[in-house]
Design a protein around this ligand. Structure first.
Ligand code: NAP
Length: 257
C-alpha cells in the first residue's frame, strides 16, 4: 500500500511535537508533504524541531489551557488554513503507589493527558465535520487498554482518552471524519528515560536492569521506536484508511489484545 498519497498539502497539528513521539510524527508528516504546526510549552524545543524543516512550524502553547489552544488555532489556521489532521500527542507520566498520589498529582496528569487531549481536538471538530473530511488521532497508550501498577493517574487518564476517542468516532461517523487512538507500549523517548531513572532511584537497580524490567513488558522484549508510531499515523491519514474509525491500534509487541 502506498501510504500518504492523499495528504500532500494538508495542514496538521501535533501537540508535544518538539520531542519524542510527537517530533517523529511531525517529521514523517512533513516528509510526506504536510504543513505541520507543532506545539509544546518549551519554545526552544519547538525551535530546534522546526530548524531546517520548512514544513514544521512551532507555536508555544499549553494543552491544559483552553485560551492558549484557541490562540494557537487562530494563529496557525490563519497562516496555513484549517487543520485537516489533529494529533493529540502531548502527555506526561509520573509513577507512585496509588496511596501516595496527591490530589494535585492526580489533577496534573488528568489535566495534561485527558483534558489536554479534549482541548486539542475540540476546536477542530465543527470545521472538519462541515468539510466532511479530517483525521483525529490520539496518542494514548497500552495503559488505555489495561491496568498497570504504580501509574494509577496515567492509566485512568489514558482510559479516558480511549473513551473520548470512541465517543467522537461515534459522533462523527457520518461526516467522513475518522477518530482513532494509537496505543504504544514503552517507546524509546525522554518519557522512558524518566521511568528508568525513577526505578534506579527508588530501587537502587542499574540503568540496564531497569531497562530490562520495562522491556520485559513487551513480549517482543524490545522498546517501540517513535518512527513506528509515525508510520501508523501516516497510514491512518491515508484515504485507504477511511473505514478505520473508533479503533485502538496497539503497537506493543503483543502486550495487549
Ligand atoms: P516526551 O518526549 O516527554 O514528550 C511529551 C511532549 O508533551 C513534550 O514535547 C512536551 O513538551 C509535551 N507536553 C507536555 N505537557 C504539555 C502541556 N501541558 N502542553 C503542551 N505540551 C505539553 O514523551 P513521549 O514519549 O514522546 O510522549 C508522547 C505521547 O506518547 C504521550 O501522550 C505519552 O503518554 C505517549 N506514550 C509514550 C510512551 C513511552 O513509553 N514513551 C508509551 C505510550 C504512550 P513541553 O515539555 O515543551 O511542554
Amino acid at each position: 500500500m502506498s501510504a500518504n498519497r492523499h495528504i500532500r498539502g494538508r495542514h496538521a497539528l501535533v501537540t508535544g511535537g518538539g520531542s519524542g513521539v510527537g517530533l517523529a510524527i511531525a517529521t514523517a508528516l512533513a516528509d510526506a508533504g504536510v504543513e505541520v504546526t507543532i506545539c509544546g510549552r518549551r519554545a526552544e524545543a519547538l525551535e530546534a524541531a522546526a530548524a531546517g524543516n520548512d514544513r514544521i512550524h512551532g507555536i508555544a502553547a499549553d494543552v491544559t489551557d483552553e485560551q492558549s489552544m484557541l490562540d494557537l488555532f487562530k494563529a496557525a489556521e490563519s497562516a496555513r488554513g484549517p487543520f485537516d489532521i489533529v494529533i493529540a500527542n502531548a502527555g506526561a507520566a509520573d509513577s507512585a503507589p496509588a496511596h501516595k498520589v496527591t490530589l494535585d498529582d492526580w489533577k496534573k496528569t488528568l489535566d495534561v493527558n485527558l483534558t489536554g487531549s479534549f482541548l486539542t481536538v475540540k476546536p477542530a471538530l465543527a470545521g472538519m465535520a462541515a468539510r466532511k473530511s479530517g483525521r483525529v488521532i490520539f496518542i494514548a497508550s497500552v495503559a488505555g487498554l489495561r491496568g498497570y501498577g504504580y501509574v494509577a493517574p496515567y492509566v485512568a487518564s489514558k482510559h479516558g482518552v480511549v473513551g473520548l476517542m470512541r465517543s467522537l468516532a461515534a459522533e462523527l461517523a457520518k461526516t467522513g471524519v475518522t477518530v482513532n487512538a494509537i496505543c504504544p507500549g514503552y517507546v524509546e523517548t525522554d518519557m522512558l528515560d524518566k521511568a528508568v531513572n525513577n526505578i534506579v532511584e527508588k530501587t537502587g537497580r542499574s540503568v540496564e536492569e531497569a531497562r530490562a524490567i520495562l522491556s520485559a513488558n513487551n513480549p517482543q522484549g524490545r522498546f517501540v521506536q517513535p518512527q513506528e508510531i509515525a508510520g501508523s499515523v501516516l497510514w491512518l491519514c491515508d484515504e485507504d484508511a477511511r473505514s478505520v474509525t473508533g479503533q485502538t491500534i496497539a503497537l506493543s509487541g503483543g502486550e495487549t489484545w
